[in-house]
Design a protein around this ligand. Structure first.
Ligand code: KG4
Ligand code: ZN
Length: 364
């Protein structure tokens, strides 16, 4: 099975060719074009994102196909005379969640190409894609595991019992983790997107100078409490704002404030993730999303997980941030189970991750 996958939910236009099986996926090519233009505006401008996808999608797909040594032909799913498959067997595309105009570019393109090639199209949920990303690099990053997905738009703590069976344990009540990084970067006068700049600056900071309260984290929380797994970053952001306003020498204090923020967010994400792994008896923790590029977070997670005998898997930056390879890997799983979509496939700004099971159901 070989899948051409497309991703256009936000500000990355990406195409990948993924083959093999869901348990042993093989990445044949991956092209990611990040839209730099949004830096000027300090955030993603949806209308611009859609237009950029429109100009990028054809060359990005061509490049991904050429790197995988594939030439498209109408009816590409059919077998060659000698019985060997040629071309691609299905087209996978992110169809939710994301910016609807941006998603529509990928979905429309995928449907048209699938129709021309007479092969199926498979719509994939973007966050399910992030769950599959790490397994492309680490064959042991497979269920059951605890997943922490942290990006600019999402913060989700999920117990992955098996592929396709997800218990949503916790989420952010307000800002996503990456959004908090980006907003704090702005308060500190750092460029957008700010996550990696805040991480770098925090390394120079003194952890004792600014100690912010750990958001929604306290020893009194018990399993079953609504805030046991959830997180919230807006109060922490306000604490940073007050520290910035209260500083009489921001040049001196900037790294220390960054460090105080960074320590609070990392402590919170690590504590909640390890809680989830312990409660569900998982020995594997898988990180995903742009904030998983944060090596301080991955290191702290590894140290905390080691205490309870757990192993942490973090993808490299190109698979942590938005990419089509993860969409292809998730699609292989669905294709193997007979999932096929048709021309009625649509784009959705929000939609729950498929395969959600009751968080209170007995675990396997
Ligand atoms: O997954 P992603 O590429 O896009 C979506 O939001 O879906 O994630 C982008 C986010 C941004 O908020 C960016 O600041 C954050 O990931 N990020 C980081 C780091 N690198 C990227 N946050 C913290 N530390 C980093 N090193
Ligand atoms: Zn994402």
């Amino acid at each position: 099975m070989r899948v051409l996958a497309l991703e256009s939910s936000c500000d990355e236009t990406s195409a990948a060719v993924v083959s093999g099986t869901a348990t042993a996926p093989r990445l044949e090519s991956l092209v990611i074009l990040s839209q730099d233009v949004h830096r000027i505006f300090g955030g993603v401008v949806p209308e611009i994102a859609s237009r950029e996808h429109l100009t990028a999608i054809v060359p990005v797909v061509r490049q991904a196909l050429s790197e995988a040594g594939i030439q498209l032909k109408a009816g590409g799913s059919r077998l060659k005379a000698n019985g060997e498959p040629h071309g691609i067997d299905a087209i996978a595309v992110t169809h939710a969640p994301g910016l609807v105009g941006a998603l529509l570019v990928g979905v429309s393109y995928a449907k048209a190409l699938a129709a021309a090639l007479e092969i199926p199209v498979i719509g994939v949920h973007h966050m399910e894609g992030h769950l599959f990303a790490t397994a492309l690099e680490h064959p042991a990053a497979v269920p059951p595991f605890t997943a922490l997905l942290v990006s600019g738009g999402h913060t989700l703590l999920i117990d992955v019992e098996a592929w396709g069976q997800y218990r949503l344990l916790g989420a952010t009540r307000d800002d996503a983790a990456g959004e908090a990084f980006d907003k704090v970067a702005k308060l500190l006068g750092l460029p957008y997107p700010g996550g990696r700049h805040v991480e770098a600056l925090a390394r120079e900071g003194d952890p004792t100078r600014f100690r912010f309260t750990r958001p929604m984290l306290n020893g009194g929380q018990r399993l079953g409490d609504p805030d046991y797994y959830d997180v919230s970053f807006s109060g922490l952001k306000t604490a940073v704002l007050l520290a910035v306003r209260g500083s009489d020498d921001l040049d001196r204090d900037r790294p220390h404030i960054a460090r105080g923020f960074h320590d609070a967010i990392v402590d919170t994400l690590v504590a909640k993730t390890v809680r989830a792994a312990k409660a569900h008896g998982r020995t594997r923790i898988v990180l995903g999303g742009g904030v998983a590029c944060n090596t301080t977070l991955a290191t702290a997670m590894r140290e905390a997980a080691a205490v309870v005998g757990g192993t942490v898997f973090a993808p490299t930056p190109r698979l942590a941030t938005d990419n089509a390879a993860m969409i292809g890997a998730a699609a292989l799983f669905h294709v193997e189970r007979g999932v096929r979509h048709d021309a009625s496939l649509n784009a959705h700004a929000t939609r729950p991750i498929p395969g959600l099971i009751d968080a209170t159901a007995p675990r396997r």
